[in-house]
Design a protein around this ligand. Structure first.
Ligand code: DX5
Ligand code: ZN
Length: 219
């Protein structure tokens, strides 16, 4: 079983104290920091933009894993790269030219990710695998934290794991990851787990992340 990385989503943080919250999850042992960018168009919610990514960048040296739930994404990729993102993930559904978006991200010196909403079949990424550093499987409909994991998604995670084969591509699961669902994700082949509400609940960030990690390791 591979080691699973934990990427808390700052969507569940106290936005009024965002820098402090990022330092707190860093100290509590997160692997990456997951940043959910929403535009009120691709998804029914509005969150943060490149200026906020730039503002949190000095608060951690860990990987800033920036999940763009915006359409179009291409006109904003450079701004998110300059803001200090390490990984930039676009949605396959967000634009007509996924191959071009992925090339743009790598040309800016960043790791390139693609995300699939729950209904999108994994076949849409069959011809861009060589351009990918990360595949993010949405296990809820994007837009909000705290939703329930869609059970049928474990089969999709497993299928994508076999598509990846020996390629050095991370397989990240996002949405409804908890102590209860982390095991199934890890068993299906996920190596990065995003956890928003499950990390931030009750203010015990380290205990919460340790519990998710342990549930994944036991799988
Ligand atoms: C949903 C976001 C997720 C979300 C995860 O649109 O992409 O990252 O914040 O939140 P939880 O872990 O609470 O489901
Ligand atoms: Zn996300």
């Amino acid at each position: 079983m591979r080691d699973v990385l934990i990427a808390p989503s700052v969507l569940s943080a106290d936005f009024a104290r965002l820098g402090e919250e990022v330092r707190a999850i860093d100290t509590a042992g997160c692997d990456w920091v997951h940043v959910d960018v929403m535009d009120g168009h691709f998804v029914p919610n509005i969150t943060i933009g490149p200026m906020v990514v730039q503002a949190i960048r000095p608060h951690t040296k860990k990987v800033l894993d920036v999940h763009l739930m915006i359409a179009p994404a291409d006109p904003y990729i450079e701004a998110f790269a300059k803001a200090g993102s390490d990984i930039i993930t676009v949605h396959a559904e967000a634009g007509p030219h996924l191959d071009r978006s992925l090339q743009l991200i790598r040309a800016l010196g960043k790791k390139a990710g693609v995300s699939l909403t729950p209904h999108t079949p994994e076949s849409v990424i069959a011809y861009v695998l060589e351009r990918l550093d990360l595949i993010l499987v949405m296990t809820v409909n994007p837009g909000f934290g705290g939703q329930a994991f869609i059970p049928g998604m474990t089969e999709k995670i497993a299928r994508i794991r076999s598509m990846i084969g020996a390629r050095p591509i991370h397989l990240e699961v996002d949405g409804g990851v908890t102590v209860e669902t982390a095991g199934a994700c890890a068993r299906a082949g996920a190596d990065v787990l995003v956890a928003g509400s499950a990390t931030f609940k009750g203010g015990k960030y380290k205990e919460n992340m340790d519990a998710i990690r342990a549930a994944a390791a036991k799988a």
